[in-house]
Design a protein around this ligand. Structure first.
Ligand code: G6P
Length: 496
């Protein structure tokens, strides 16, 4: 086995001239750059007007960027604005420009109103529009062009997620020298559902431009290979797909494998032991009137997350007296997301209506049933919330992984607390000692919530200790180095 790209890439590290070189031997490509614009006030304090985005992916890849001759290609988040390549936090960033039309058709349309619902068990109905597809192709080509211009010979390129599924093939066509990896952060649907997509062949061919296609779960990889067989007639053996050109010649092998993503476990654990954050957790409990039980939900406000199911179960528990508003509070953090997409607008209205109804019915002057927060918070505040919560509720109807579940476990360094986890998340494959639940089964969900509320301390400790060990052994660095090591491997063709 060759050395992982992550190690090889360190070589050129320190000789990087300033300003940034035009050619890179490691490039990450994702729809969004790993930085956000910061407020005028923050910009005045520390300089360049950008702040590193929170999240595991950037935490894992930033050190590789900084050490190696690497760059990150992505959209900077503002429509119709051209931004020159720049460096931030030791990372070279190559912005891709999107017009307001591109945002509407490629991002809000094809990515988030066609692919997102299709890949998440059609929980919402996917829309199929040819104009959206045209924009998706056009924008994927723009991302591919940005890579082609800046990639050194034989560079390693790692494309991220469903917004950019055509990029691998676009790269391979003009740059067969590149090593191309792709990672799908969301589920890959079974062929019976994928079949609906009018452009299913083009998407499969796009992905198969990769040397290695990574998925969250083995079942996602299996779904992808079944689709390649069914819709392209591809020969699939073991985890290898033989990719042929129009004359039928095998051009390369694309492998499909699971690499479950994780989080920066050390970072979360360290924050969880910081005295100011422990104090903040105490303060949160006190502000809520020190109820016996705090339940917590943390999600992007998305219909895949099962927030309605969670609220329904909680409301019924208040209704039948299993929980009392004086004893139990649910904190629901719902961070704003994709607010211009209609399904998300409808969801927000529904959730806020339901929360208002529950609180109107059960609140007292002192106690609130649901403390609903439509905000995003910095990681420090999130960890304080994880520490304050006795029970974490993750009730997604379908989720590629769900990193919130892993963050909660990472934060519980003293092995207390209970995690209620939907079996429809990728995380359920790894966190087997969670209290697993089918969120569609409201009675089952209610019973599991009550089990979590009353979980004996020794059982909670036993479960939490095993889950913490799992994620300590499999943090996000482990994920990226496993993927890059597999990408660097020489493929032995299985012709048996
Ligand atoms: C999911 C996707 C990511 C996406 C994120 C936030 O986790 O897998 O690709 O970036 O949601 O969504 P947004 O549309 O705001 O980028």
């Amino acid at each position: 086995m060759q050395k992982p790209a992550s190690e090889k890439l360190t070589a050129k590290a320190k000789e990087r001239p300033s300003p940034a070189p035009a050619k890179y031997d490691f490039m990450v490509v994702s729809n969004r750059l790993p930085v956000d614009r910061c407020s005028a006030e923050d910009a005045a304090n520390d300089g360049d007007g950008w702040r590193r985005s929170p999240g595991g992916l950037v935490t894992a890849l930033a050190p590789l960027m900084a050490k190696s001759d690497g760059a990150w290609v992505g959209w900077h988040g503002a429509p119709d604005e051209a931004v020159e390549p720049f460096s931030h936090d030791d990372m070279d960033l190559v912005p891709v420009q999107l017009s307001a039309d591109d945002v509407e058709l490629y991002y809000e349309g094809f990515s988030n109103a066609t692919l997102w619902p299709l890949y998440h068990d059609v929980i919402a109905t996917p829309e199929f529009h040819r104009t959206w597809w045209d924009a998706y192709r056009r924008v994927n080509q723009r991302f591919a062009d940005a890579v082609v211009q800046s990639a050194d010979k034989n560079a390693t390129i790692w494309v991220q997620d469903y917004q950019l599924q055509l990029v691998p093939q676009m790269l391979r066509r003009v740059r067969p020298d590149l090593k191309i990896g792709f990672f799908n952060h969301i589920p890959f649907p079974p062929p019976e559902i994928f079949a609906q997509l009018p452009w299913r062949q083009a998407i499969l061919e796009g992905l198969l431009g990769s040397d290695l296609v990574g998925f969250q779960r083995p079942s996602d990889a299996a779904n992808f290979m079944r689709s390649a067989r069914r819709f392209l007639g591809a020969s699939v053996k073991q985890q290898q797909v033989q990719v042929r050109d129009s004359s039928g010649e095998v051009t390369h092998i694309a492998r499909a494998q699971a690499f479950p993503i994780s989080i920066a476990v050390d970072q979360i654990s360290e924050l969880a032991e910081r005295p100011d954050i422990v104090e903040r957790a105490r303060q949160i409990r006190q502000d809520l009137g020190n109820p016996r039980t705090i339940l917590l939900g943390v999600d992007r406000l998305d219909y895949t997350k099962g927030i309605r199911h969670r609220l329904k179960a909680f409301e019924e528990l208040l209704q039948d007296g299993s929980l009392k508003v004086t004893d139990a509070t649910l904190i629901q953090v719902a961070s704003p997301s994709r607010e211009r997409v209609e399904q998300y607008r409808i969801l927000r209205e529904e959730i806020e209506g339901t929360v208002g109804h529950i609180n109107g019915t059960y609140d007292t002057m002192q106690n609130t049933a649901v403390r609903y927060l439509h905000h995003s918070y910095p990681v420090e505040e999130m960890v304080a919330l994880y520490l304050a919560a006795d029970v974490m509720l993750v009730t997604a109807l379908r989720d590629g992984m769900n990193l919130v579940a892993k963050e909660y476990v990472a934060a519980r360094t003293n092995h207390t607390g209970a995690l209620v986890l939907s079996e429809f998340t990728g995380a359920a494959d790894q966190l087997k000692q969670a209290l697993l639940v089918n969120p569609h089964d409201i009675d089952g969900l209610k019973n599991t919530i009550m089990r979590a509320v009353d979980l004996p301390a020794n059982e909670s400790r036993r479960r939490m200790r095993t889950m913490r060990k799992q994620i300590l052994d499999h943090d996000v660095d482990h994920w990226s180095s496993e993927f890059l090591a597999a990408l660097a491997e020489k493929v032995v063709r299985d012709d048996s």
